[in-house]
Design a protein. Structure first.
Lengths: 130, 451, 491
């Protein structure tokens, strides 16, 4: 198995990515492949809302699974990808691009250090494929 | 019975497994628990069991045969056309499981899609699930759905006091001691429907009313629905689906959720079950609806086909985070309602609903003309059930009707509401003839005169 | 109307509809017509209009697109798809059972109450429990009832901090869902290497917030819980109660009883263990049985003997348990299902019920042993009524359990349960039940072996299966994305 794991992002154990530069958050290629065909995305936080690391920010459903998406770090939600509701399939086709969920203003950049880099995340994905 | 192996076959299978005796297959069960004595009657043949069950069945007094019935209160004696049970008795339908494998379940899936469509036609809603257990649990699920629509931020549901008392009781059992609140207005059971508004605040997720209500009354809820919406809550209506053959659909009045006891649609009385819980709502809440949903799609050969959809809402995927725990529902009863509505169609349902209406109104008029009796709500429209004020306690009247006339005269409202012990709830359906209604009126007259 | 690009094998009722056609007529009113309240009368009733022949042919044709137990083998794990005896159907439809109103005075329905009472007593004997309520409508409804009883038991003792329910990771999804619905906090306990609940992890969660444990025994791997005594003891010592999910009782009829194992509350599935039909998804019936200390908490009303007549015949009545949690549905439960289950119990008796469990377990082990060289069975030990195999092979990449299932349809078999329990990859959960003959099992084994060969030699055959059914693979993604849920959505 091989998954796209961009070098410039940080990753969580629950398979979210965050771009330290832009503050965009989404789910990883590994996560979308586990879910299979995504049919529904619901972002449950709104612009201006403050979230803590680990809060549920979105729910993603496929035909056979449902996953909650957690905030990788604490901060303020400054933008929500409204268009995703109508095009849930881009979570499968472009998980790191058009399928970003929210953009955050990171309140404590030191929280980023607790996340995995691309190498660590790749190992973590491989471990789970027995 | 029903175990086909011969002793030789059993031996051959045990050998193949590599054990000597059948007992060897149970060595993992702690010895002290193994082979308990069960004190059950000795096995019967089919002939004997049939005779025993028949004698039990005959010990009951049947509605329509032994007894003339004017008893409703949530379960109604209606005519079920022969076709309905013939379809239900097809083994392909009743010996199938939930249609998880669509390629070999198109019969069930197609029928459920029709059921969903028919329920939406009837209620004026946009989506209906594949059924729930009954009218009571459907109300409890409405409370549950509304709670999840607001993500628990509006934990309160207000149930009109004129809802069926068993629907209220069921909902209270479900949520009575949890973080949810179920509020029943204190103005008394027969208060007008808008009494609920006083209890609606920004913590309220749902207001639930009944149509016709438990006392038989029908109201246009359009303004009430609007007022509830202005306060940010959802508006739910529990209906008698047969009434919708004649009366305005709750969808037209602005309802967000419609539930029903589907029993009047081709399902026999059967001492209270199995019946049919109907649940319909607006499409925008489709991801919060409990239970199964069938959607249209295509198969690999380009044929139109049906499949269970949005299953990610359900317990087998979402487990503790599912909206509801429902799994097995009442699908075969949904098939009964589908076949029934298919047969009756647009004209038949209207005709039977009108028959109910006219016969009930004739009965009401006859009874209201008797000395000592009067309609409790003379100025409120009703469908096939109405409340009568009686000169002596309703319980006494019912006993006399049964003992002397073999009549089930209705439901004694004093059972649930002590203040209404002189109130009788009378149901009249297409099954009641004019002669039966006249006999009821005469009997009531005799009983009243006697005091 | 319907979409242009699809072939229609069977129309929908609405497509069969012609204005003015009727399927049934009712008599003209024999009473004067009353005025209708014009403001409340509906203007439009958009129902189809078809004839009786249309309806009969339509649903007969549809029925032929279904697989049922009456057609062939249905080894759907955890669902106990045994034969549904025909006599049960006749008994449930006896006019004396069909035409009685739930609110008739009890003196007019003594036969119905006798049915309920006799069934309650039989289920007490079969489970070794002290009290039974027949009210719950299905398994999950029984679970909710059971958890509400547990909650109320603790509350009645002033023990209000107990809000945690433990659920093994192999459990049916209804267990955590039912717990959550009753306001409980759910903690999942992993399974150990032998497929038992992990005893150490369980003990670590046994504290003073523990309300109870929900356990399925045999579990969803089809395995008897080897440490059942320690499990029950640990929960009880912490002050919790043990809930037994009776979904798999078919393996234990006459073999072992929940009551003897120390369980406090259990539910049964009459539509699994006691041969009542599944009906394409229901109705079921999920009676709840409890130990002595919980009898007062059962939902009401329950049937009791209230008196006897001069000849000593019991007179039955409805009574409310003293600390009842209340009712969980209208009326008394699925009476028609109870009639079927009682007929079944009367015809089997104690020995017949034990034979059921023995043959169910014999059949499952026979399949397991004869398939174990072809399919990997991750927890391969003596099983009870079912076992779980993996539907994948290292040398058949790209073949999944689902492909095997779909290919089985070509042999006329219903597939096993797929993708459950969650702790086995590509799970194929196989439950033959006791009503299947050796010849049927052998034919199934042959099919499974042939499919395993095809997986290597002609994988496309599996991936495109089924081929011999009226419908091919159904596009679930399209259904979920376009979301057509009624014929009104076509517009």
């Amino acid at each position: 198995m091989s998954w796209k794991i961009p070098e410039n992002l940080k990753y969580t154990k629950s398979d979210e990515w965050i771009d330290p530069q832009t503050g965009k958050v989404g789910i990883t290629d590994y996560a979308q492949s586990q879910l299979s065909d995504v049919v529904y995305v619901e972002i449950i936080v709104s612009e201006g809302e403050t979230v803590n690391k680990g809060d549920i920010i979105a729910t993603i459903e496929s035909v056979k699974a449902a996953a909650d998406v957690y905030a990788p770090v604490s901060g303020k939600v400054v933008e929500v990808n409204e268009g995703l509701a109508d095009t849930p399939e881009v979570v499968n086709s472009d998980p790191y691009g058009d399928a970003w969920l929210v953009r955050m203003e990171i309140s404590d950049p030191s929280e980023l250090d607790e996340l995995m880099d691309a190498d660590a995340y790749r190992k973590y994905c491989e471990e789970r494929e027995d | 019975m029903y175990t086909p192996h011969t002793p030789e076959e059993r031996q051959a299978m045990l050998r193949a497994i590599g054990v000597e005796r059948i007992e060897d297959l149970f060595v993992d069960v702690p010895a002290k628990y193994r082979y308990p004595k069960m004190n059950l009657p000795p096995a019967m043949t089919e002939m004997e069991a049939t005779a025993q069950m028949q004698s039990l069945a005959e010990a009951n007094e049947q509605v329509g045969k032994d007894l003339i019935s004017f008893l409703g209160a949530g379960a109604y004696h209606h005519y079920v056309p022969a076709v309905v049970d013939h379809i239900l008795r097809r083994g392909e339908f009743y010996t199938a499981y939930t249609p998880y494998q669509p390629e070999v379940s198109q019969g069930t899936l197609h029928a459920i899609f029709e059921y969903q469509s028919l329920m939406c036609a009837l209620t004026g809603m946009e989506v209906a699930n594949a059924s729930m257990y009954d009218g009571a649990t459907a109300v409890a699920e409405a409370v549950n759905m509304a709670y999840h629509v607001f993500r628990g931020k509006r934990p309160k549901a207000v149930l009109a006091p004129s809802l069926h008392p068993q629907y209220i009781a069921t909902t209270l059992t479900y949520y009575g001691h949890s973080d949810r609140e179920v509020v029943i207005p204190e103005e008394g059971p027969t208060a007008e429907p808008d009494v609920v508004l006083k209890y609606v605040d920004d913590r309220t997720s749902l207001v639930m009313v009944q149509y016709p209500d438990f006392f038989g009354r029908m109201y246009d809820f359009t303004e009430l629905a609007q007022a509830v919406h202005e306060r940010g809550a959802l508006f739910g209506v529990a209906v008698n689906p047969m009434a919708l053959g004649l009366f305005k659909a709750p969808g037209e009045m602005g309802a967000d959720i419609v539930t029903a006891e589907g029993q009047p649609l081709g399902i026999p009385l059967s001492f209270g079950g199995p019946y049919l819980g109907v649940f319909a709502t607006r499409k925008k809440y489709v991801r919060k609806i409990a239970g199964r949903l069938v959607g249209e799609t295509v198969d690999s050969r380009g044929q139109r086909a049906y499949v269970l959809t949005l299953t990610a809402r359900e317990q087998h995927i979402r487990r503790a985070r599912a909206t509801s725990n429902i799994c097995t529902n009442n699908a075969l009863m949904a098939l009964a309602a589908t076949v029934y509505l298919g047969l009756l169609g647009k004209q038949g349902l209207r005709q039977v609903a009108e028959l109910n209406y006219h016969k009930a109104h004739y009965a009401a008029q006859r009874i209201a003309a008797l000395e000592g009796y009067e309609l409790a709500f003379p100025n409120t429209p009703f469908f096939n059930e109405f409340t009568v004020k009686t000169p002596v306690p309703a319980s006494q009247i019912l006993q006399a009707l049964l003992d002397e006339f073999d009549i089930l005269g209705g439901y004694d409202l004093g059972q649930d509401y002590p203040e209404l012990d002189h109130h009788l709830l009378i149901a009249v359906t297409e099954m009641n003839t004019r002669e039966q209604i006249d006999l009821l009126a005469e009997a009531l007259n005799v009983i009243a005169r006697r005091g | 109307m319907a979409q242009q690009d699809v072939k229609i094998r069977e129309p929908l009722l609405i497509e069969l509809s012609t204005p003015g056609r009727r399927g049934v007529r009712f008599p003209e009113p024999d009473v004067p017509q009353a005025d209708l309240p014009e403001d409340l009368v509906r203007s439009d009733l958009p129902l189809p209009e078809v004839s009786e022949v249309d309806v009969v042919r339509h649903y007969t044709r549809l029925s032929q697109y279904n697989h049922g137990v009456d057609i062939n083998f249905y080894p759907l794990g955890s669902c106990t798809m045994k034969y549904n005896p025909k006599v049960n159907e006749d008994m449930a439809r006896l006019p004396g059972f069909l035409n009685i109103h739930p609110l008739q005075p009890v003196e007019t329905v003594q036969g119905a109450l006798a049915v309920m009472y006799t069934l309650q007593e039989a289920l007490k004997e079969i489970t070794g429990m002290a009290g039974v309520s027949l009210q719950p409508a299905a398994g999950a409804h029984g679970e909710l009832t059971g958890v509400l009883i547990i909650r109320e038991y603790h509350r009645s003792r002033g023990d209000t901090k107990r809000n945690k329910i433990l659920v093994p990771d192999s459990a049916h999804g209804t267990n955590p869902a039912s717990s959550a619905m009753s306001g409980m906090r759910v903690v999942e306990i992993p399974s150990d290497k032998r497929g038992n609940i992990d005893l150490e992890k369980l003990k670590a969660e046994c504290d003073d917030t523990l309300a109870g444990l929900m356990i399925t025994n045999p579990n969803t791997l089809g395995l008897f819980e080897e440490h059942i005594e320690e499990v029950v003891q640990a929960v009880h010592e912490a002050g919790g109660l043990v809930y037994g999910d009776g979904a798999n009782l078919n393996a234990l009829l006459g073999i072992a009883r929940f009551g003897d194992m120390g369980f406090d509350v259990v539910h049964l599935n009459l539509h699994k263990t006691f041969s009542t039909p599944h009906g394409g998804g229901g109705p079921g019936s999920g009676p709840v049985a409890v130990a002595e200390h919980l009898v007062d908490f059962l939902p009401g009303p329950v049937v009791t003997i209230v008196d006897q007549d001069e000849e000593g015949t019991p007179i039955y009545g409805f009574t409310w348990p003293e600390k009842s949690i209340g009712r969980v549905k209208a009326f008394y439960g699925h009476f028609g299902v109870m009639v079927r289950a009682l007929t079944y119990i009367l015809m089997l008796g104690a020995d017949g019920l034990r034979q059921v469990a023995e043959d169910a377990v014999l059949n499952a082990n026979y399949l397991r042993v004869l398939l174990q060289d072809t399919y990997h069975i991750p927890y391969n030990r003596l099983c009870k009524h079912e076992f779980v195999a993996e539907g994948r092979w290292p040398d058949a990449p790209g073949i999944r359990a689902l492909d095997i299932s779909k290919r089985l349809m070509d042999f006329g078999f219903h597939p096993p349960t797929n993708y459950f329990p969650l702790i086995v990859h590509e799970a194929l959960m196989i439950e033959p039940t006791e009503t299947e003959s050796k010849a049927t099992l052998d034919a199934f084994i042959d099919a499974m072996k042939q499919i395993a060969r095809e997986a290597r030699e002609n994988p496309e055959l599996l991936r495109k299966a089924p081929h011999n059914t009226p419908f091919g693979r159904v596009d679930e993604v399209r259904a979920a994305r376009q979301l057509i849920l009624t014929w009104f959505d076509w517009a």
